[in-house]
Design a binder for this molecule. Structure first.
Ligand code: ZN
Length: 160
């Protein structure tokens, strides 16, 4: 076997994945190019894929702590409408961005009552036990530019 086909740091890896709530329905599926060893994926996934070869198929089960986190009640917040610049455009289901101590986090408007907007900054899959079905489609060396940027380019990677 050629060494280039094994996943190590600085390889660009193409995977096909299906993310399921363990024992339940598929949440997302798709194909992804990522740069291995640069925290492009969840640490548990990167660890699982390390040293695997092109053509490998497997599955990883994760609890919320390794996946999308537990539900944090502090991230469900009631905010006065007056604090929104564009409150006329906001409705239930609108994606907004909240500024927090850890930077900007995406949040979802979950309720609007009177002058109060309730937003939820938890990941939509928070608290879920999930299973990733993964197939390794391709492994290649990263380009100098990809290493400098810390992510994969082209294909199913970054375009810019
Ligand atoms: Zn880039």
């Amino acid at each position: 076997m050629s060494k280039e086909l094994t996943i190590t740091r600085n390889k660009v890896v193409t995977i096909r994945f299906a993310l399921k709530e363990t024992g339940k329905e598929t949440l997302e599926e798709g194909t992804l190019d990522y740069l291995h060893g640069f925290k492009n994926l969840m640490p548990t996934l990167e660890k699982f894929l390390t040293d695997k070869k092109e053509g490998f198929k497997g599955k990883v089960e994760m609890g919320p702590r390794d996946a999308f986190g537990e539900i944090n009640k502090e991230l469900v917040m009631k905010i006065p409408k007056s604090e929104f610049e564009n409150d006329q455009e906001i409705e239930v289901g609108t994606q907004i961005e909240l500024e927090s101590e850890e930077g900007v986090i995406p949040a979802l408007v979950v309720a609007i009552e009177g002058d109060t907007i309730t937003v939820d900054g938890n990941h939509p899959y928070a608290s879920k036990h999930v299973t990733f079905d993964i197939e390794i489609l391709k492994v290649r060396d990263a380009s100098t530019e990809e290493l400098a940027h810390g992510h994969a380019h082209g294909g199913h990677g970054h375009h810019h």
